[in-house]
Design a protein around this ligand. Structure first.
Ligand SMILES: Cc1cc2nc3c(=O)[nH]c(=O)nc-3n(C[C@H](O)[C@H](O)[C@H](O)COP(=O)(O)OP(=O)(O)OC[C@H]3O[C@@H](n4cnc5c(N)ncnc54)[C@H](O)[C@@H]3O)c2cc1C
Length: 381
């Protein structure tokens, strides 16, 4: 049974506690799903989570726009991650892929949100390129204005939901100024002529991922999201909301690893006594529990601060993401160690967690980049 005492921390309101309980019950019934075909599994997850209403938290309601509830986003990611990494992934992408529309979309562009909030359309966030992952400002992809259309040419890579998404939020260079000040964001429906999947990418914890080619992809000027030249700012504002949710997913993986470990050390007999009787094992369990609580404090502090109306939570979100993902890696490694051979057995829960956690320290700003961000914020304070 997971520890739910954190739900009584002052960061939360009653509706958050109700959400956590309702989602927990849904997860028990519906997760995990079969991952053997990740595309099919993701589409099914999106449909079933849409039906259950969980995506109403992932994007604003175009008919009644209110700010996103970042604490709810974090609670949902934490809970889903505890049950099934793919369910967390599917939920996260419905928010990240539509984040620009929620924050900056026109009412026409936001019509897509009716579909994504019901799980009837899948979304993706296309920022990274072969030459510009961490170095976003070095982007090559160009968008040239031609009459009342933009023409996009270039390559995007590492795009989650690439190949199965119905809409892409794509960043390209429009050239108003050099570097980061010359980028813009576009809404590109998947069926747009010239947008093709160049390669499907396989990673250690399989998720739908692709490299995409854009060859003379034409979109109307009305598909520009926000103002031309503001794309970098838009992408950073979206990441400002969603970065702490990556920490929440890591927290969910870590909490599951701790739960599995608590079960294991009580039930496994070694040297005529439960494994838990070994003091070094108790020390590991203590470190794990401490890391989980400290990560939770940072994640929900960032989410609460954003929900209080802070325009930016760059420092809080960077700390939450860095700490929660790095410590989750360590918590899960300890869980694997304590499980002995079973910890590395293909198909065991902790083996799956060990593969799931790794990419979270790389995407949406690698751990090293978060340190740079935190150090800069500290100097500014
Ligand atoms: C599973 C997965 C899913 C992803 N999904 C998406 C997606 O949906 N959309 C999207 O646009 N992108 C996505 N990405 C791409 C991801 O954002 C990039 O991989 C990430 O930004 C790192 O870029 P890179 O891989 O090009 O590595 P590089 O930029 O080459 O960086 C390599 C390493 O260099 C170090 N480093 C980089 N910058 C600094 C710095 N300033 N200071 C110190 N060290 C530094 C870090 O250790 C970093 O990991 C995904 C990646 C993965 C692995």
């Amino acid at each position: 049974m997971p520890d739910t005492s954190f739900l009584h921390w002052p960061f939360f309101e009653d509706h958050h506690r109700t959400l956590a309980a309702d989602l927990e019950a849904w997860c028990v019934k519906n997760l995990p799903v079969d991952h053997s075909d990740v595309d099919r599994a993701c589409k099914q997850l999106v449909a079933s989570m849409g039906e259950a209403g969980w995506f109403t938290y992932s994007a604003i309601d175009p008919d009644d726009p209110k700010p996103l509830d970042v604490r709810a986003l974090c609670l949902i990611r934490e809970t889903l991650a505890r049950y099934d990494g793919l369910a967390d992934f599917a939920f996260a992408m419905q928010g990240l892929g539509t984040g620009c529309l929620s924050l900056f979309g026109t009412s026409e562009q936001r019509q897509w949100l009716h579909k994504t909030r019901k799980g009837e359309a899948l979304s993706a966030f296309a920022l990274s390129e072969p030459r510009s992952g961490s170095d976003v400002a070095n982007m090559d992809m160009a968008a040239i204005l031609d009459g009342n259309e933009y023409v996009l040419n270039g390559t995007k890579t590492w795009i989650s939901n690439g190949g199965i998404a119905d809409l892409y939020c794509v960043f390209a260079r429009t050239g108003e100024a050099p570097g980061a000040r010359g980028l813009s964001a576009f809404l590109v429906p998947a069926e747009t002529i010239g947008l093709t999947v160049a390669e499907r990418l396989e990673v250690i914890a399989p998720h739908p991922l692709a490299t995409l080619n854009f060859k003379d992809v034409r979109v109307p000027v009305s598909n520009l999201i926000g103002d031309a030249g503001q794309g970098f700012k838009l992408s950073m504002s979206v990441l400002d909301v969603f970065r702490s949710t990556v920490g929440a997913a890591a927290l969910g993986f870590a909490r599951r690893a701790l739960d599995e470990t608590i079960g294991r050390v009580q039930n496994r007999e070694l040297f005529g006594a439960p494994l838990f009787d070994l003091q070094m094992v108790q020390g590991h369990v203590a470190d794990m529990a401490l890391d989980v609580d400290a990560a939770a404090l940072l994640v929900y502090r960032a989410a609460w601060t954003k929900d209080q109306g802070a325009p930016r939570v760059t420092r809080e979100a960077a700390m939450a993401k860095l700490y929660a993902t790095d410590r989750a890696q360590d918590v899960i490694d300890k869980a694997v160690q304590i499980h002995g051979g079973d910890g590395v057995k293909k198909g065991s829960v902790v083996e799956g967690l060990y593969r799931e956690i790794r990419a979270l320290r790389i995407y949406e700003g690698a751990s090293d980049v978060q340190k740079v961000v935190i150090a800069r914020q500290a100097l500014r304070a």
